[in-house]
Design a protein around this ligand. Structure first.
Ligand code: GSH
Length: 373
């Protein structure tokens, strides 16, 4: 088996080397190829060679057999993941789950939202309790490695901030010397706070809480001089304080917090589906395709990339293990990135956050989708 795979690997590598820009690049010679992992590969003369490690395809199969997606979300952060009094979930991260369900089932309602706190979210993903984590989670090296995850593309670029009562007179982090700062456990927030204050030489006392409700309750009861988390979290939670206008987010950014969905290691098909769901949202906005005009565009589009993306031409959806109308369904049933953003964080919401870095690259932002081809 090992020998057979080595031969296949050499063939694949050799053909890739030849294919690159149509130029012949020297392929490795037989005795320099080392194959570390043995993988079962079905080879027939006509079928394409797919090198599929164990675990590949398992998540989609499980989700399809179950008949719904189980998405780990926040329930305490309006605009990102929040459960209303009627039990319904809303937020940009929640809508991403709906988009993924739309891509898989052609039905955005086939998703069960499973609230997870910061501390429990990674165990929930590792144990298989959830199929994906979509909950204001920061991409970091430790989470990519020790915590066994793969982050798909960032859906919201953020940074850590500090909020204080306006009448406190606090304007800088140095003004917090000797003070108490409310912070949530199990977060990058807790670690950044320690790093930033140490580098500034500012002594403070952290008051650590398990979830957002208790963190912000302590802050609003005056048990801390300030509260820190992602700036998005501060805007979000300020909107549900008794008097939002009495609180100020300091003009300081303490870290980079690229937030996005996370999947388990080991299932690259699932990673691709999760990834291209994000890219469909971005490209929908870039190409001006909305939930309102997607039918019209699908019927009349001439641009080849739009036709491929919407499944009029080609078989991009099949390559992901889905149907060819997967991207159409995302946009039709949930919307493009701009629609999702505005619904949850736009100017008409209590959690308004200007787009900033979260604009398309064509508008000076960081959102950029690779091509649909
Ligand atoms: N992005 C940071 C912080 C995310 C985070 O958990 N923030 C808190 C404060 S806004 C939160 O969402 N809490 C809600 C909860 O635990 O229910 C991370 O990934 O560690």
């Amino acid at each position: 088996m090992r020998k057979m795979f080595s031969a296949v690997a050499i063939l694949v590598m050799a053909s890739l080397a030849l294919a690159a820009c149509g130029t012949a690049v020297p392929a490795p010679s037989v005795d320099t190829v080392t194959v570390k992992e043995t993988v079962v590969v079905e080879v027939t003369s006509s079928a394409p060679v797919v090198v599929a490690p164990t675990g590949y395809g398992v998540t989609l199969k499980t989700v399809m057999e179950r008949g719904n997606l189980v998405c780990g979300v926040n329930s305490q952060v309006p605009g990102f993941g929040y459960v209303g009094a009627d039990g319904s979930f809303a937020g940009i991260d929640v809508d991403y789950c709906r988009a993924l369900a739309a891509a898989i089932f052609g039905d955005a309602t086939k998703v069960e939202f499973r609230p997870v706190t910061a501390a429990e979210r990674f165990t929930a993903l590792q144990s298989g309790e959830i199929d994906i984590l979509s909950r204001n989670t920061t991409w970091s090296l430790v989470r990519d490695t020790e915590l066994g995850g793969n982050f798909v593309h960032t859906t919201f670029y953020d940074g850590q901030g500090m909020m204080v009562p306006k009448d406190s007179g606090i304007k800088t982090l140095q003004d917090l010397a000797g003070g108490t700062i409310c912070v949530q456990t199990g977060t990058t927030t807790e670690l950044n706070l320690a790093d930033v204050m140490a580098s500034l030489g500012v002594a403070y006392t952290p008051a650590v809480f398990e979830d957002a409700d208790s963190t912000f309750a302590a802050y609003s009861e005056g048990r801390c001089d300030a509260v820190t988390t992602d700036k998005s979290g501060l805007v979000s939670r300020r909107s549900v304080l008794t008097d939002p206008s009495a609180h100020e987010i300091l003009d300081v950014t303490m870290s980079k917090e690229p937030l996005g969905p996370m999947v388990r290691h080991g299932d690259d098909q699932w990673f691709d589906i999760a990834q291209w769901t994000v890219f469909t949202m971005f490209s929908g906005e870039e190409f001006g395709i909305t939930s309102a005009n997607v039918d019209d565009i699908r019927a009349n589009a001439t641009a080849p990339e739009v036709r491929r993306m919407l499944g009029v031409e080609g078989d991009l959806g099949l390559k992901l293990g889905l149907t060819n109308d997967w991207a159409y369904n995302i946009i039709k049933l949930v919307g493009n990135y701009e629609e999702i953003y505005n619904r949850n964080l736009g100017p008409d919401t209590p959690t308004y956050i200007p787009r900033g870095y979260n604009s398309l690259y064509t508008d000076g932002g960081l959102l950029y989708s690779p091509p649909f081809r």
